[in-house]
Design a protein around this ligand. Sequence first.
Ligand SMILES: Nc1nc2c(ncn2[C@@H]2O[C@H](COP(=O)(O)OP(=O)(O)O)[C@@H](O)[C@H]2O)c(=O)[nH]1
Ligand SMILES: [Mg+2]
Length: 390
Amino acid sequence: MQDYPLQVRDRLINYRHLFQKELIDSELSQLSTLADKLEKNTIAIAVFGMVSRGKSSLINALLGQKISETGAIHGVTKDVVVYEWEAKGKLQIRLIDTQGIDEVGGGMREELALKAAKQADLILFVIAGDMTRLEQEAIAHLQTFYKPILLVFNKTDLYTTCDRVAIHAALQNPEMQKLISPQEIVLVAADPKPIKVRLQYSDGRSQEVWEKPQPETQELKERILDLLNTEGKALLALNVSRSLLEIQEAVTHRHLQKLQSSTAIATFVFISEAIAILLAPALWLDALVSGTLSSLLAIWTIGKYPIQKQYVWLIMVIAIATLSGVLGLDYEVTRYVQILWTGLSLVVLLNGITKDIAISQGYGKLGAKSLIEQIIHSVPDSSILQRFRG
Ligand SMILES: Nc1nc2c(ncn2[C@@H]2O[C@H](COP(=O)(O)OP(=O)(O)O)[C@@H](O)[C@H]2O)c(=O)[nH]1
Ligand SMILES: [Mg+2]
């Protein structure tokens, strides 16, 4: 398999280098964070779901100790909380606890949870029984960000084996399979309820006591570690590409806005030049004036878009057109040739900028989009990323 993290890193660094001037501070620091993530191979796993499904309990069970606060009341987990899990080979794993997508005072916290989910390379979506509409919508939404999801069916201790099988089967119906494939569903009991056990003593006495069963999360743990082992790099590369793409889209948006104003200015310059050339009393004078104006415009535009250096030749063309005017070649011909040159060069220049913007936006050498597609198309059929091929 290709070393995708390395490829993303190259693109990220080159992009940063080329567009240094155009990137705002928050984007620059985000790029540093992303490069760092690639450097350290940090995988973030966000635990997501509705309130009281046992997200915090699950994290405690995975960590093997009670770190995250849990409870029956709404909104125990106040913020997005990050825990370091055991380092697995070269990967560093982070578990991110989030608030429920439906918690009291929703809006803001939901946004926070979503932000955490966006940062995540893998999502554990915790449910505890049949899925609600909100849960289905949330999963579909997360998938639009190319987020691979393991569906964690928690609190299985509350169901009889029969009910458990029925719910599991329901989660695998054709409608549901559009969201989650059967091999992406894992059953756990993160914090099973205490059960009554009867102790029978040898002297005939017996006593009933409450005993707390061990969490049942071993299968999930193995599934996660196995997944990271085979797909960790692809997940990491995909997620960083996705963040890079977001930055590229923001930069492109700003470019396009600038381009609009450049086009307006260029049109204005061209029309004034054309009028000036047609009306000018002395050819050498208007040639000088219009040549200077066009050159300035070209330099200004090229300066705005550093990758436009290849259009420097346009300045030469404008200069030659100007020179032909100054040298006083045939008056009529020179006049029209000049207007033509100026107009044409502006069109080529603006066109070039537009094209370059389109390239840097996603599909070009530096674009994250093409890389995302490459990654998704190169994964084996058994991959959790296979779902995003469509
Ligand atoms: N019976 C049972 N209860 C659980 C299980 N996991 C969590 N709970 C309980 O569900 C409640 C909510 O858990 P919590 O982890 O705070 O949910 P969160 O809001 O999703 O973080 C707590 O009272 C937990 O003890 C489980 O596997 N079985
Ligand atoms: Mg919680």
